[in-house]
Design a protein around this ligand. Structure first.
Ligand code: BGC
Ligand code: CA
Length: 338
């Protein structure tokens, strides 16, 4: 009996190893984007994941989770059954990290979460082979806020339409519960308070997505709002995708208000050059993609995740590599046009 068990065990281990690498011996990373409908994730991060995977000579198996966490859970099961060497996962629901971590842990596959940081307390400590790659969410809001304060001070004579020394703003928030949406919302507005400038929030949109079309509809309704439509002095958008929607609505209404985004998508850079947007904040998706794969490749080989790289994993319990944000204005936008 013992011999039979040993035999079965040897076969299983053999199969396990065989499944690990492709026939060509390349490392396989199973990855997803939470939705291919996201301007930033699909337009910046995914192309760089694909390009960098090629540069690194690994196989990237990447899928669209269509903004459906249940779908992502199934996709992870499939990756695990295929025997991928590491997982690079962009959560749909930032509160669902434990589900993914438990799956990876049960299969003993290293896991890199990227772009949407887990919100469940303590969850990163539940598995020694999970790490996060993203940003310091608050930093984008701080930078955006500082840009807006500086511009307000310069342009107050025209921007303060009702001359009450207060900033009447509307804010396009993005996905509620997303650490980036929450922190940007708080920090950008706080910058005014820190500079001793009073603000008044006329409206805030927490859509379920970060989407252009929804933001356009919202901005249309705000501009035509009979109570505050004429009083808006500033449009704060937590990403460029929504800022594009806001701009489209302003163009239709022929009302042009100061407008700020985050991400520094190419279209936003062009709009800054054309004075259609006032500023944005570079969300460095290229380096986030590279860090994600660097960590995944190292982990797949059982190496220290940062070996041979310049990435730094925070030792504060978040196990995060945080790529810096950069302010983008008319003064420097050309530096970011590739
Ligand atoms: C980006 C947004 C994007 C979101 C997706 C954020 O970091 O700024 O544009 O929609 O990530 O999770
Ligand atoms: Ca005012």
């Amino acid at each position: 009996m013992k011999k039979v068990l040993l035999f079965v065990a040897v076969i299983l281990i053999g199969l396990g190893f065989a499944a690990c690498k492709q026939d060509d011996g390349k490392i396989v990373i199973g990855a997803n984007i939470y939705t291919y409908g996201d301007n930033f994730m699909n337009g910046v991060v995914r192309p760089e994941l694909e390009r960098y995977a090629e540069e690194k000579g690994i196989t990237l198996d990447i899928v669209d989770s269509e903004n459906d966490q249940a779908k992502l859970n199934d996709q992870v099961d499939v990756f695990i059954s295929k025997g991928v060497d590491a997982l690079a996962i962009n959560l749909v629901d930032p509160a669902a990290a434990s589900t993914i971590i438990n799956k990876a842990k049960a299969a003993d596959i290293p896991l890199i979460l990227f772009n949407k940081e887990a919100t469940e307390a303590g969850v990163m400590a539940t598995y020694d082979k999970v790490w996060y790659v993203g940003t310091d969410s608050a930093e984008a809001g701080v930078i955006q806020g500082e840009m807006m304060v500086a511009d307000w001070n310069l342009n107050k004579a025209t921007w303060d339409k009702n001359g009450d020394n207060k900033v009447q703003y509307v804010l396009l928030k993005g996905e509620p519960g997303h650490p980036d949406a929450e922190a940007r919302t708080t920090e950008s507005v706080k910058a005014f308070a820190d500079a001793g400038i009073e603000v008044e929030q006329l409206a805030i949109q927490a859509s379920t997505t970060w989407n252009t079309g929804e933001a356009q509809a919202t901005m249309q309704s705000w501009l035509s709002n009979t109570t505050f439509g004429d009083n808006i002095e500033l449009v704060i958008s937590n990403n460029d995708g929504m800022a594009f929607g806001a701009y489209a609505a302003m163009e239709e209404a022929n009302i042009f208000l100061p407008l700020y985004g985050v991400d520094a998508l190419t279209e936003a850079l062009t709009m800054i050059g054309d004075d259609e947007m006032n500023g944005t904040v570079l969300n460095d998706g290229v380096n986030q993609a590279r860090a994600t794969l660097d960590l995944a490749i190292n982990a797949a080989q059982g190496k220290d995740v940062t070996e041979g790289t310049d990435w730094v994993v925070k030792s504060d319990g978040t196990k995060a590599v945080r790529v810096a944000y950069v302010a983008v204005t008319k003064a420097n936008y050309q530096d970011f046009l590739s």
